[in-house]
Design a protein around this ligand. Structure first.
Ligand code: ADP
Length: 255
């Protein structure tokens, strides 16, 4: 029994082939054509697994672009998929924090693994990967450098959560010769504050599992982990948690 999960995100499209364990995975940029990205990531994952499309018994699509996939068997929300994927990787997960390209969410998981509650920030870029991308653009650094610079430095105060206003604030801080390290640290603190404010609205129980592309950044993970002060699991490939969960949903329906 082999299934596939395809997660068409705002920034990246991910696929996982699953047979009870992760058989292969792939990530491609979503670009302007989510339909093509979904097809291409699926083909790449099939090739890596040494399989053909007809070997896959069920294909589940998730992510904002799932509607554009015509070759899948079923569409499932990212909330369900991130919860499933996180629970598979870390069975004691009770909260998932997902920070992706254009939204961030907190998902509360009941003891039996069902989604108990969730809250999502998808109306603005604050507290998302997009926010970080804009800020690294102003500082002329990469996302990886942002984490490294932020690590262990006293944060500059950035008062605005709004991406547009925060960008102006950072330009002002650079003009006052505040160091890039302090600004980077302030930017990461802003993300931590945004996530803390989301978690004040849903129960946030241990263990917490961090998913989504921003969790690729070890320094950001460390800062969030200490802000939350709870057991904080970081998957090896955090961006793939949603696609993994989608493949597991498919697996469970034919078990
Ligand atoms: P989506 O599903 O919305 O496409 P993903 O979960 O795939 O989002 O994550 C994409 C986001 O992850 C991008 O906005 C990017 O800024 C962020 N990201 C990727 N790698 C890193 C990194 N090393 N540090 C910080 N952010 C990162």
């Amino acid at each position: 029994m082999i299934t596939a999960g395809i997660d068409v995100g705002s920034t990246a499209t991910k696929a996982v082939i699953f047979d009870g364990t992760i058989r292969s995975m792939a990530i491609v940029p979503t670009g302007w054509n989510p339909k093509e990205a979904g097809r291409s990531v699926f083909n790449e994952a099939l090739t890596r697994a040494g399989l053909l499309e007809q070997d896959i018994e069920r294909i589940i699509g998730t992510g904002y672009g799932r509607v554009s996939l015509s070759f899948i068997d079923k569409k499932v929300t990212e909330i369900t998929c991130h919860a499933k994927g996180a629970k598979f990787l870390f069975p004691k997960t009770r909260t998932v924090i997902d920070i992706g390209g254009q939204d961030s969410k907190v998902i509360a998981i009941a003891e039996d693994g069902a989604v108990a509650d969730f809250i999502m920030n998808d109306k603005c870029a604050a507290g998302t990967g997009r926010f970080l991308q804009v800020m690294t653009g102003v500082l002329d650094i990469t996302l990886d450098e942002l984490g490294r610079l932020a690590s262990g430095t006293k944060p500059a105060s950035i008062n605005s959560m709004c991406t547009v206003f925060a960008e102006s604030e950072i330009i002002g801080l650079l003009a006052q010769e505040v160091t890039k390290e302090a600004i980077a640290s302030g930017i990461v603190q802003t993300i931590a504050q945004k996530m803390m404010s989301l978690t004040s609205r849903v129960p946030c129980l241990e263990e917490i599992t961090f998913s989504g592309g921003v969790a690729n950044n070890p320094e950001i993970c460390a800062i969030l982990s200490s802000a939350f002060g709870a057991k904080f699991n970081i998957p090896n490939r955090p961006q793939l948690v949603g696609a993994l969960g989608a493949a597991i949903v498919g697996f469970e329906t034919i078990k």
